[in-house]
Design a protein around this ligand. Structure first.
Ligand code: HEM
Length: 372
């Protein structure tokens, strides 16, 4: 698996590498700057209202949709849909609002051509990445494979879109070349599904959210702080459905792991899917229980006392730089959905998943939204 052709293409286009592709001191300097912009508590305080605005707009859009297309008595209508396309738009709209300080209008019934093209580019880029990672690049070039051309032009479009916005003077963040919205819609779908098929859990989370929202006086950050089950829901979702399925490291010196000698430079991967479902690590691992994360670190969980159980965003200095954006975006979305809708599922059978670049449902689950 190689990222080299992508890195070379970016160099040709003078797009720079970004933290994702850099290493060593070069990486550290950029990363420290980015941490200030999107990871530190001051930055989080600044961007939460932006995410909250998008989450509330998403729910208004859903309210209108349920009212217009749903069944049942007016004011209490239900609509069963595969919400993935809407959630994907939400993830893009929310990330762009934070990164560029600009809304791109994806909830509109007729988004601008520019926004549509941006969505197509992101979709195209995501769809073409997995095969390109595993097929020999020279062969693809030799065959004149359209896959690579499509991939490269999708990235070009994403960069142009970002650069235009940055040029317009919005200085939220220098373009991070993020793996950003990847998977953004996906794990939200998994979360809605688990809440839908676990009505008691859903009710418990909603109860906490109602109380915290009522007490927060419209301050979204305060509301999240007082509703820890929301964060637990995210962790629980990513435990069972880790969108990035592995975390990788290359030890800088020889180490011994579980009595295996690992030479320096060997790629070592933690496989998050089996980890999250292991009875050696989590008590009753298949139970969706957001409350398990609120308990003291070791209570209700098995194994030694390392705390390295929630690894979906990686760990340490190289952990996901978009983590605070993704966590808060998701919590705010769930908060507003739970305040406005009851969720249920037409089928509570386990979702079959497949792993391409990220973990995806074989068939996205359908969710019934009923207005409260
Ligand atoms: C559910 C959402 C997301 C998940 C599960 C996720 C997961 C991850 C993981 C596992 C890593 C590797 C961490 C490590 O090796 O320790 C990573 C890195 C990264 N992520 Fe995310 N990510 C998400 C959303 C985002 C968002 C929204 C952005 C940007 C806005 C982003 C930008 C990045 C970047 C730039 C890196 C590379 C950081 C570096 O190497 O310094 N991610 N992500």
């Amino acid at each position: 698996m190689t990222l080299q052709p992508w890195a070379t293409h970016r160099e040709t286009r003078q797009h720079g590498k970004g933290v994702f592709l850099k290493n060593g001191e070069e990486w550290r300097a950029d990363r420290l700057l980015l941490n200030k912009e999107v990871m530190m508590s001051e930055a989080v305080r600044r961007f939460i209202p932006l995410l909250d605005e998008v989450a509330q707009d998403f729910c208004h859009m859903m309210q209108t949709k349920v009212e217009r297309e749903g069944r049942g008595e007016r004011g209490k209508r239900s609509l069963t849909i595969n919400p993935s396309p809407d959630l994907f738009r939400f993830a893009l709209e929310a990330s762009c609002h934070v990164l560029y300080g600009e809304r791109i209008g994806l909830f509109s019934s007729s988004p601008s051509l520019e926004s549509q093209k941006f969505i197509w580019a992101v979709e195209r880029m995501l769809a073409t990445t997995p095969p390109l990672l595993y097929l020999p690049h020279r062969l693809l070039l030799h065959l004149g494979a359209p896959l690579w051309t499509q991939h490269a032009s999708a990235w070009d479009h994403i960069f142009t879109h970002a650069e235009e916005r940055i040029q317009r003077g919005y200085q939220r963040l220098s373009h991070s070349q993020s793996r950003g919205p990847e998977g953004g819609g996906r794990y939200k779908g998994f979360a809605l599904f688990e809440l839908g098929r676990n009505p008691e859990v859903q009710q418990r989370v909603r109860q906490q959210v109602r109380e915290s929202w009522a007490q927060a006086g419209g301050d979204p950050q305060k509301a999240l702080q007082e509703a820890p089950l929301l964060k637990g829901t995210i962790r629980e979702t990513l435990r069972l459905y880790p969108v990035g399925t592995t975390v990788q490291r290359y030890p800088v010196k020889d180490i011994v792991l579980q009595n295996y000698h690992i030479p320096a430079g060997t790629m070592v991967q933690a496989c998050l899917y089996p980890l999250g479902r292991s009875a050696e690590v989590f008590e009753d691992p298949l139970r969706f229980d957001p409350g398990r994360w609120g308990k003291s670190r070791e209570e209700g969980q098995r194994g030694g006392g390392t705390g390295f159980r929630s690894l979906a965003f990686g760990f340490g200095a190289r952990q996901c730089v978009g983590r605070r954006i993704a966590e808060n975006e998701m919590q705010l979305l769930l908060m507003h959905i739970l305040l406005g809708f009851h969720l249920s599922v037409p089928s509570s059978e386990d979702i079959k998943t497949m792993c391409t670049l990220i973990l995806m449902p074989e068939t996205p689950p359908k969710i019934t939204f009923t207005k409260l």
